[in-house]
Write a protein that binds this ligand. Structure first.
Ligand SMILES: Nc1ncnc2c1ncn2[C@@H]1O[C@H](COP(=O)(O)OP(=O)(O)OP(=O)(O)O)[C@@H](O)[C@H]1O
Ligand SMILES: [Mg+2]
Length: 246
């Protein structure tokens, strides 16, 4: 199953999501690689979003809620409105942010604007969040400790590069997780279940990897320019290998 934008009729609405919507419309928005679903509830500036995650698929909405509640004081991320779990699934309802994902058709047809906005968005995220106050760790050792798969692949990883700059990383900086306003500037960040302190290249290397999947080849330079960093082959290779192994 690949992650994808959803249209009306692509999925059935789980009864729990229908209940959370109340009188609001329910619009499917996104299906992730392991079958987690996101729905928009209602329309316009007061719309909400419900993430629905079936148990047993490795989705962690509890971790995401904790990180959103911490980060919302510093950056534009969704405000948590409700959360819960039943025998089938967990859910997280957030207030809608302005803008749409950087991979909706409009931005796929204008990659130059979207890539620049995503590079600036990631830099602003890294500049805004306070490392010293962050209770979450996304270091190489923490990631290896948390993943049996990664530990099994550890012997094949390149050597761990020295830290370039310690920041609070997004943790899933793939471009669908940046929101863009109508004018092509960035408007927010979503999908923060892995947020934590790490070298900024842990994010940058994965963000650039996601450009080719979403916009085709050749956009790394524009992203790095917008972020404001020179290419670093060693750190890029290391953090992509770690990402693919976790
Ligand atoms: N509060 C919000 N405001 C605006 N849009 C939102 C909000 N929450 C989610 N979205 C939209 O829903 C999409 C899916 O949300 P999110 O990325 O959190 O789900 P996910 O299943 O964890 O994604 P992934 O496939 O990257 O793991 C986002 O790309 C964004 O377009
Ligand atoms: Mg996402």
């Amino acid at each position: 199953m690949v992650a994808q934008l959803l249209g009306l009729g692509d999925v059935e609405t789980p009864p729990r999501v229908a209940e959370l919507a109340g009188a609001d419309t329910v619009t499917p928005v996104w299906r992730n690689e392991v079958g987690g679903l996101t729905f928009q509830l209602g329309e316009g500036p007061t719309r909400r979003f419900a993430k629905w995650a079936p148990h047993g698929r490795g989705l962690n909405l509890v971790a995401e809620e904790a990180r959103l509640r911490w980060a919302v004081d510093y950056v534009t991320v969704p405000r948590v409105l409700a959360s819960g779990r039943d025998d089938d699934a967990g859910w997280l309802v957030t207030q809608g942010l302005a803008g749409t994902s950087a991979v909706v058709p409009r931005w796929q047809s204008d990659p130059a604007t979207a890539v620049t906005a995503c590079g600036r968005a990631l830099r602003a995220f890294h500049d805004a969040l306070p490392v010293d106050d962050c209770p979450f760790d996304w270091s190489v050792s923490a990631r290896l400790a948390a993943s049996d798969k990664a530990r099994a692949q550890e012997p094949t990883l390149p050597p761990v590069p020295p830290i370039d700059r310690l920041v609070v990383c997004h943790g899933d900086p793939c471009v669908p997780n940046t929101l863009l306003a109508d004018d092509g500037t960035w408007s927010g960040h979503v999908d923060l279940d892995a947020l934590g302190v790490a070298d900024r290249w842990a994010d940058v290397a994965v963000a650039t990897m996601s450009l080719e999947w979403n916009y085709g080849p050749g956009w790394d330079g524009a992203f790095l320019d917008a972020y404001g960093i020179a290419p670093d082959v060693e750190r890029t290779d290391f953090y992509r290998a770690l990402w693919n192994g976790t």
